[in-house]
Ligand binder design. Structure first.
Ligand code: ADP
Ligand code: MG
Length: 278
């Protein structure tokens, strides 16, 4: 279990993470969803001991997370936002290097299992610098799994990857969840958080603005959204709990100039922040 208790991170006077509290249970697949600059990477860096919170504490399985807590680090797998591959080494050699760092026993077997899991068997002898974006990201995931961690942090794992590559990574992440791993992922892709995560934490400007299951977040706003373009040349949104409410409202306004659809997580975020996530 991960406990983030009132964590704030300041860079000089700038508050990048503002009094964030969050509990992550074993087996959770949690998404930190927010636009660029929201503070997602800073939170991951504090969770992995790379940055020290200005105030507040982080506990992982009851142990305080610090830069030197090797016991905790052993159970973490980290896929950082930017590449951590050695570009001159092959896919296989990158994994050997990681395995030796963690003193993984029987590492050849483990590496072949991981290469297969990531659909990279055919590319094991290709230098990391010659892998496609999606393959490189899958190799980074393999590297994070080399020591069979209980908890995996992934910082924007699908950014800049084409649709097919993204779906492949989504399947890998779902398989990891099925294996019982605890996963925390950051993303600015709303549909990614909606599709994968059993709990989503919306963050903006360093603050958690809401957290719940994707379905509850949508239900709280209203399961149905009416969208219409008004006289002020702006799109307006109105939310309804159920279809009866919609029918009552549409009979009242007697207008047909609207679109009705199910509420999405994007509506939830937009409603909170009044701007689209890009
Ligand atoms: P995200 O990952 O959500 O895009 P980050 O956590 O990278 O956001 O950054 C949050 C904010 O903190 C941004 O405004 C960023 O410019 C700032 N920031 C991050 N790291 C530093 C740093 N080392 N020094 C100063 N400001 C930083
Ligand atoms: Mg980031």
């Amino acid at each position: 279990m991960i406990q983030i208790n009132n964590v704030t991170k300041k860079f000089d006077d700038f508050i990048a993470v503002n009094n964030v509290s969050l509990n992550i249970d074993d087996g959770d697949f949690i998404g930190l969803l927010g636009p660029n600059g929201a503070g997602k990477t800073t939170i991951i860096k504090m969770l992995t001991g790379l940055l020290k919170p200005t105030c507040g504490d982080i506990y992982i399985n009851g142990q305080k997370m610090t830069r030197n807590n090797k016991d905790v680090k052993k159970i973490l797998g980290i896929v950082p936002q930017y590449t951590n591959l050695d570009k001159e080494l092959t896919a296989y050699e990158n994994l050997v290097f990681a395995a030796k760092l963690f003193r993984v026993k029987d590492y050849k077997k483990k590496i072949f299992e991981l290469l297969e899991f990531m659909e990279l068997e055919g590319y094991k002898d290709r230098k990391a610098m010659n892998l496609s974006g999606g393959m490189a990201r899958r190799l980074m995931i393999a590297k994070a799994l080399i020591n069979d961690p209980e908890i995996i942090f992934l910082d924007e794992p699908t950014v800049g990857i084409d649709l097919n590559g993204r779906r492949k990574i989504w399947d890998i992440l779902k398989a990891m969840k099925a294996m019982g791993k605890t996963i925390l992922l950051t993303t600015h892709y709303i549909e990614e958080a909606d599709y994968l995560c059993n709990k989503v934490c919306l963050i903006d400007k360093g603050k958690i603005i809401d957290k719940d299951t994707p379905d509850n977040l949508k239900k709280d706003l209203g399961a149905y959204t009416m969208e219409y373009f008004d006289n002020e040349m702006k799109t307006k949104y109105k939310f309804f709990k159920n279809k009866e409410e919609v029918i009552k409202y549409t009979t009242e306004i007697m207008s047909s100039n609207y679109t009705l659809r199910e509420t999405t997580l994007e509506d939830v975020f937009y409603n909170f922040t009044n701007r689209k996530v890009i």
